[in-house]
Structures are given as structure tokens and as C-alpha cells.
Design a protein around this ligand. Structure first.
Ligand code: AMP
Length: 303
């Protein structure tokens, strides 16, 4: 039981209307792995520059995340800078500097090759390269964003073809398929090859499609959101971690996994960087899961 993730490990500058933080730990693989580590063993494949902060590496080690596949190269770490408006929805990207990721050639260690695989948001060429080195992963899930849809659409579609689960923002699904109806976008993505599609809807929650099955969850209501960065990756970490932990591939279990992912995302946004993910305890997660169930379960019709 283990999940391997390939994705960005980053130094982010994040600005909200209330605060700005520079050079904080970010990246899709960072949020994913810390979220998933509550439920399963996690291994990271990626690259950092020689400017990376040692204390950030210790965060992964403290959570027993395997970083033997996280290489250090001469050069700068992936850097993203984003700014959120008052509604704290999609950020404006001010800068994306790939740094050492622009020449990264991933090598998948032998002991990672049959794990559940999460291709987190990163260059589709790197995602494809990792995928082609795997033997028989239990499950392959994939995320991406507008940056890659706009630059590497064809390669991205090749990665979708080989994936079981595709997790993407609703607005990015429209950008990828050119469809404005989410049902038509879902059909188009099924036609690319992914069996299960999960559309992330930010503060509105998420929707999951599998053939004729359809499941929708609202987001956990929060009074105080500090920094939405990493919500999607924390969601994916909770979702895949739950599936890997339970080993149950039924649609009913996927529903619980979706709610678990939702709950992990709700924690991630309560502070900057990965700080809230580092502070929570399993009991708090279970408690929020239960509150969410009470909030959304309305029993049988009494007519
Ligand atoms: P999320 O808010 O879950 O979509 O992910 C936010 C994280 O994605 C940030 O910490 C960024 O470092 C990282 N990120 C932003 N743009 C990219 C990109 N083009 N490729 C890979 N990772 C990115």
C-alpha cells in the first residue's frame, strides 16, 4: 500500500487581500504528499534546486514521506507567484519559473513501479515519462492546470488516455474540451480515455462522473480562509490516500474518498503553505468528516 506522486515541489510567493508571504513551501507534490500521508505511505518524484531550504525537506522526513526520488540539481527551485482577489477564487498567476524542472528527466526507482500513481500538476512530458517507466500501478490519477492545457494540450491528452482518474478544475475542463456544459465536457474527457472524471469547483465543492454514475458534494463551509493555494492537491491527496488505504475500488467507496478529499482541502486553506496540514490530527479530520455527513445527510423521504 503506497502512493507515488510526481509533481512540483516549489517555493511560492502568495498574496491574498490580507497578507503576502514569500518563498513558502508549495508545489502540487508537497500538498498532495502531506495530505495523503495521513492514510498511506507516500513517495515523491521530483526535483528541487540547490536554493531549497533544508527545513522544508525535514517536513517531508518528519511525516515519513519517501524523498529518495526527489532529486537536488544545480539551479533554482520551481517558483510560482500568485495573487488572490477578495473572493479568494482562482488566483492571478504573476510568475511561473520552472527552474530545474525545465530540464528534469525523472527516474522511477524500482520499488515505486507498482504503486498507485498520482501525476500531479506538472509538465505533461514529465508525467508521460514517469507513466512509461511504471510496471503495473494499481491506479493512475492525473491533475493539470490551464498553464499546461495552453502549452502542451496534445501531450496532455496522451497522458489522459492512459489514466484511470482525471481530476481537474471545472473551468479548466471547459478550456480543455471547448464545451461549456460540464456534462458534455465530461463526455469529451471520457472519450479521451479517463474512466473517472472529478471536477473541482473551488468553494462550491466537487463533482464525480463514472459512466452513468454521478456524485456531487458541496465544499465544507468555512468562516475563515487564509490561503486557497494547494486546495486541489490536498483534495487529491485525501481522495487517493483513502482509496489506497481501503483498497476498495467500488463507486460507493469512491464517494467516501471524495468527501475525505474535500475535508483535507478544507483544512489546507485555513493557513498559508502547508502549515495547517502539519498541525491537524486524525481525530480532527474524522470529526470534520462526521460534521460534514450530518450537514449533508437528510434521511429518507417521509411520505
Ligand atoms: P492548487 O492550488 O492545488 O491548484 O496548487 C497550487 C500549487 O501548484 C502551488 O503551490 C504552485 O507552486 C503549484 N503550481 C502553480 N503553477 C504550476 C504549474 N504550472 N505546474 C506545476 N505546479 C504549479
Amino acid at each position: 500500500m503506497a502512493v507515488t506522486v510526481v509533481g512540483s515541489v516549489a517555493l511560492d510567493n502568495v498574496e491574498t487581500p490580507f497578507k503576502k508571504m514569500n518563498n513558502i513551501l508549495g508545489g502540487s507534490a508537497s500538498f498532495f504528499s502531506l495530505s495523503s500521508s495521513f492514510l498511506t505511505d507516500v513517495k515523491i518524484i521530483g526535483v528541487i534546486g540547490d536554493d531549497f531550504n533544508q527545513t522544508y525537506l525535514d517536513i517531508f522526513k518528519d511525516k515519513s514521506i519517501d524523498i529518495t526520488g526527489l532529486k537536488t540539481e544545480k539551479g533554482t527551485t520551481f517558483h510560482w507567484e500568485g495573487r488572490y482577489g477578495y473572493d479568494l477564487s482562482d488566483p492571478e498567476t504573476l510568475e511561473t519559473d520552472l527552474g530545474v524542472f525545465s530540464s528534469f528527466k525523472p527516474v522511477v526507482p524500482h520499488s515505486f513501479k507498482n504503486d498507485t500513481l498520482f501525476l500531479a500538476n506538472i509538465d505533461p512530458d514529465i508525467q508521460f515519462d514517469v507513466l512509461s517507466q511504471m510496471n503495473s500501478p494499481k491506479l493512475i490519477a492525473l491533475d493539470t492546470m490551464n498553464f499546461w492545457i495552453e502549452r502542451k494540450r496534445e501531450k496532455l491528452i496522451k497522458v489522459i488516455e492512459k489514466s484511470d482518474i482525471f481530476i481537474i478544475n471545472e473551468s479548466e475542463a471547459r478550456l480543455l474540451t471547448g464545451e461549456s456544459s460540464i456534462f458534455l465536457a465530461a463526455k469529451a474527457i471520457h472519450n479521451f480515455g479517463a474512466k473517472i472524471l472529478i471536477l473541482k469547483r473551488g468553494a462550491y465543492g466537487a463533482t464525480m462522473f463514472l459512466d452513468d454514475h454521478f456524485f456531487i458534494v458541496p465544499a465544507y463551509p468555512l468562516e475563515d480562509i487564509k490561503d486557497p493555494t494547494g486546495a486541489g492537491d490536498s483534495f487529491a491527496g485525501g481522495f487517493l490516500g483513502y482509496i489506497d488505504n481501503t483498497g476498495d475500488m467500488s463507486f460507493e467507496n469512491f464517494k467516501k474518498a471524495l468527501v475525505f478529499g474535500n475535508i483535507m482541502a478544507s483544512f489546507a486553506v485555513e493557513d498559508f503553505s502547508v502549515d495547517r496540514l502539519l498541525a491537524i490530527k486524525m481525530d480532527e479530520i474524522k470529526d470534520r468528516f462526521k460534521k460534514f455527513r450530518d450537514m449533508t445527510y437528510f434521511g429518507e423521504l417521509s411520505l
